[in-house]
Write a protein that binds this ligand. Sequence first.
Ligand SMILES: [Zn+2]
Length: 79
Amino acid sequence: MAKKRKAREPVAKIRTYLKYGFANTRIESYYCPRCRHLLNAGPDYQPRYCDQCGQRVVFDKVIWKEPETIGYVERRYRV
Ligand SMILES: [Zn+2]
């Protein structure tokens, strides 16, 4: 069944996460414009609806960026 809500663009936010436990990586993430749920979207897959609130989202204008390594965490094993 088609939903009649208007499609909206997702909200982009830069976030960083630790890749492999030591590489600070900066990626752009996309959130639902309605309920701010993190959308599981990437260059190869974009959901058509938010799986939390059912908001229709369009990724047509999104320019996907490569994740960027911005630094490494020093290991602090030494006492
Ligand atoms: Zn939502």
